[in-house]
Design a protein around this ligand. Structure first.
Ligand SMILES: Nc1nc2c(c(=O)[nH]1)N[C@H]1C(S)=C(S)[C@@H](COP(=O)(O)O)O[C@H]1N2
Ligand SMILES: [Mo]
Length: 215
């Protein structure tokens, strides 16, 4: 489901942005568009949990309730946000829990290569373990000092700044360690398995052999 937004003035806004800042084909919209598939989930923090499962080092699943997530360390990351539909929101300050906090508390088995990140209603996004544990990847609670709104993923969403934004599930509920790659929600529906905005990896038809599991 998309929310319409205005492209008027987008060129002008991009004019002052150095060329090395905006990935190819991207423009700067007004504000921060809301974009997702399906309805807005109803979230009840009393029953909410965050799960790490799949190929963990000890085979056990780990679970955090909302209170326990609140005790995890937070960091701030300054980063741009690039959507495959071509808008980029520059200079965001994200506050959240580094993905590495979870991979340290619930480490993967040695042969884990990928993760599947899971959100409400079964939305999912796959990526390599290396992309997921990038230093800038956060489970975000705040943007520019304000709690993220329900439309943008409250109470928790993933942000992986070096990949297109669909790799960052809103209303995230956990992740699964994988011993081999598997396609997530959009990766099965025509989006590129890797999603590097600087290489314009938008669609699955652009994939080279080895970029992802066969469709
Ligand atoms: N749970 C969930 N997360 C999602 C999506 C979705 O449909 N469901 N869409 C993705 C896509 S395609 C984009 S571009 C970004 C948009 O984030 P925003 O609405 O905060 O701008 O969210 C991503 N995360
Ligand atoms: Mo997107």
């Amino acid at each position: 489901m998309t929310t319409p937004f205005s492209r008027i003035g987008a060129k002008k806004r991009a004019a002052g942005v150095p060329g090395d800042r905006l990935p190819p084909g991207q423009y700067i919209p007004r504000g921060w568009p809301v974009l997702h598939y399906g309805p807005l989930p109803k979230v009840d923090l009393a029953t909410w949990d965050f799960k790490v499962f799949g190929a963990t080092a000890d085979g056990a699943e780990r679970r955090w309730d909302w209170g326990q997530v609140g005790e995890l360390p937070r960091t701030e990351v300054a980063a741009d946000f690039h959507c495959v539909t071509k808008f980029s929101v520059l200079d965001n300050t994200w506050t959240g829990i580094p993905t590495r906090a979870f991979t340290e508390l619930a480490p993967p088995a040695p042969d884990v290569t990928h993760v599947m990140v899971w959100a409400e209603y079964g939305y999912s996004a796959n990526m390599t373990l290396a992309d997921f544990t990038s230093e800038l990847a956060l489970f975000v609670t705040h943007k520019d000092g304000e709690p993220i709104s329900p439309e943008h993923g409250w109470p928790l969403r993933l942000v992986v700044p070096h990949l297109y934004a669909w790799k960052g599930p809103k209303w995230v509920r956990g992740f699964e360690y994988l011993r081999e790659d598997r396609r997530g929600f959009w990766e099965e529906r025509g989006y590129h398995n890797r999603a590097d905005p600087w290489q314009e990896q938008r669609y699955s038809y652009q994939e080279s052999p080895g970029d992802g599991p066969e469709l």
